[in-house]
Write a protein that binds this ligand. Structure first.
Ligand code: 5BU
Length: 225
């Protein structure tokens, strides 16, 4: 992040391997991580989808974050994390997980940074203040949790990742609620913004990634000064 002067994570919610690789190449120079939902890739093939993606990530020096949002018992999560066709444990640097299964359910995530879901950006989410208070009790005792996804400020010793970020604040018709980069850095003291449609739906994807990176970094520096 410091090297690239970037707090930007691009969300690659695209449907084909080609779109995923094209997006990764375009946003790569300006991001710290590419966030995937690998199970939405319609033509997924481990060798054709993942191997080149690892190369693109190495070339542009960004991490791969699989937004799997695990939410099961430990044994099942362990299987979902390492087996099936996606073999997430082979390639993801970061994974997202709910903590609803309790602390032991998180023990299966070895050699990966766990980003715990503390609060969601969608309208009507059940992650209210009581939920977050109880979830945080689990999170602070888990050595492999390095941060939280949330829409509120959290304690300083955990990294804060904030999705639901778009320059045109508002939302979509399916309950998503957006804040601007400036809002989340100033008011939530977020560490990383996660931007999906604001970038991959833009007419000029490279320019959009640069805009989010620049606005995000400026707002971050203003918030910590
Ligand atoms: P968007 O296109 O910028 O709205 O995409 C946001 C991404 O962040 C998308 O991949 C969601 O799955 C993800 N997300 C979110 O939007 N809100 C949340 O609370 C969580 C994840 Br957790």
């Amino acid at each position: 992040a410091l090297e690239k002067k970037s707090n930007l994570i691009a969300s690659a919610d695209v449907l084909t391997t080609k779109e995923l690789h094209d997006l990764a190449e375009k946003v790569g120079p300006n991001i710290v991580a590419l966030k995937t939902h690998i199970d939405i890739i319609t033509d997924f093939d481990y060798d054709k989808t993942i191997i080149p993606l690892i190369d693109i990530a190495a070339k542009h020096n960004f991490l791969l974050m699989e937004d799997r949002k695990f939410a099961d018992i430990g044994n099942t999560q362990e299987l979902q994390y390492s087996y099936g066709i996606y073999k997430i444990s082979n390639w993801a640097d970061l994974v997202t997980s709910h903590v609803i299964g309790g602390s032991k359910s998180l023990d299966c995530f070895m050699n990966v940074g766990v980003v715990a879901i503390l609060g969601m950006s969608s309208q009507g989410t059940l992650t209210d203040a009581h939920y977050r208070e109880e979830a945080m009790k689990i999170i602070i005792n888990e050595p492999n949790v390095m941060g939280c996804v949330a829409q509120n400020q959290i304690q300083d010793d955990l990294l804060l990742f904030t999705p639901g970020v778009n320059i045109s604040a508002g939302g979509d018709s399916k309950g998503q609620q957006y804040n601007t980069p400036e809002h989340v850095f100033k008011n939530l003291h977020t560490d990383f913004i996660i931007v999906g449609r604001g970038i991959y739906k833009a007419d000029d994807i490279e320019q959009a990634a640069l805009t989010y990176k620049t606005r995000g970094w400026q707002a971050y520096e203003a918030a910590i000064s």
